[in-house]
Design a binder for this molecule. Structure first.
Ligand code: ADP
Ligand code: MG
Length: 320
């Protein structure tokens, strides 16, 4: 007999809570934020065929569904607390649910974030997660804090995830070892939670790079009422990306998407504090440009020539 809704929830998603007052099983979950803390809330929806391929390993899908949400908490400098899971799937397939729950809950445990509720229904495979985190009142990192003269930083190695997407699309071919590395970047991003926490009080603005660097930087510039100047010569790349043709590197870097790195600004005097935050979190950071008073974005290529950005649109679900 097919697995019923409540049996499914009990088997795969009900676990004892530690920090929440009440978890899965009642009409509401109950959370008790610590005194002086604000709740940071974010939600992301993953739709089969749009955000992931039907062939993805369910362990990796469970990981990524939570990772993209934790990345939003990271970008706010919030400490993960609890999450809910809304799941729609064509049939209650244990061969999907067991590995999906495994990937999801393994990442949850590493970040001490608890699954406290959700909703389960039949339908096309869609995963909606809402995360809640805590941040001391007034200390959340926001998009609106960048000031002229601030340095622009990015964590990790943006652009690698996009290479895997291009291989799946058939526009790029990679040796197997490179493809596996790119695929890990795409399917198993590591949310930069520790870095976000360490950047509280250091970064002036932050965002996580999910839709491509240009587009996400654009959100910061708009919210802060400033511009930015970047140089492609300063962009970090590991051999995996550095081995690609220059045009592929630029495309992956500027519009890649699915990186889940933190893009942030900080006053020049805070450079040492940024490096200390990076060391504390164990995540490399690179300085790639500066914030300007004039609005707009100027990008120089490796030779110092201005890059024409017309046509470099960021990912938009309703425009592409
Ligand atoms: P309600 O009828 O109040 O909407 P449901 O019958 O949908 O409640 O869910 C029963 C309980 O199981 C609730 O506590 C709900 O939060 C939880 N739940 C449902 N689906 C999930 C899921 N996918 N993951 C975690 N908890 C879930
Ligand atoms: Mg319900």
């Amino acid at each position: 007999m097919a697995l019923g809704e409540f049996e499914l929830i009990d088997r795969f998603f009900r676990r004892p809570v530690r920090r929440a007052v009440l978890g899965v099983g009642d009409d509401c979950a109950l959370l008790q934020p610590r005194p002086g803390m604000q709740l940071a809330v974010s939600t992301d929806l993953l739709v089969e065929g749009r955000h992931f391929l039907s062939t993805v390993d369910p362990v990796r899908l469970g990981h990524k569904a939570l990772a993209v949400n934790l990345s939003d908490l990271a970008a706010c400098g919030a400490e993960p607390l609890a999450f809910t899971l809304s799941l729609s799937m064509p049939r209650p397939d244990e061969r999907f649910l067991a590995p999906f729950a495994e990937g999801l809950l393994a990442l949850a445990d590493r970040h001490a974030i608890e699954l406290v509720g959700g909703d389960t229904t039949a339908g096309p495979l869609t995963i909606g997660i809402t995360v809640m985190g805590e941040v001391p009142a007034g200390q959340a990192l926001r998009r609106s804090g960048a000031r002229a003269g601030d340095a622009l930083w990015v964590s990790g190695w943006p652009g690698e995830a996009r290479l895997a997407l291009e291989v799946f699309r058939g526009t790029l071919s990679l040796p197997e070892v490179d493809f596996n590395a790119a695929r890990r970047a795409m399917e198993q991003p590591e949310p930069r939670v520790a870095l976000g926490l360490a950047l509280r009080g250091v970064a002036s603005a932050a965002i996580d790079v999910s839709d491509g660097l240009l587009g996400d930087l654009g959100h910061v510039l708009k919210a802060s009422g400033v511009g930015a100047a970047l140089s492609l010569a300063d962009f970090p790349r590991r051999p995996l990306l550095a081995r690609q043709p220059a045009a592929v590197q630029r495309m992956a870097w500027l519009t890649g998407g699915d990186d889940y790195e933190l893009l942030f600004t900080a006053p020049p005097a805070a450079a040492d504090a940024v490096q200390a935050a990076s060391a504390q979190a164990g995540v490399p950071v690179h300085r790639i440009g500066r914030i300007t008073a004039e609005p707009g974005l100027q990008v120089r290529d490796e030779t110092g020539a201005a890059l024409d950005l017309a046509g470099w649109a960021a990912f938009d679900h309703f425009r592409t």
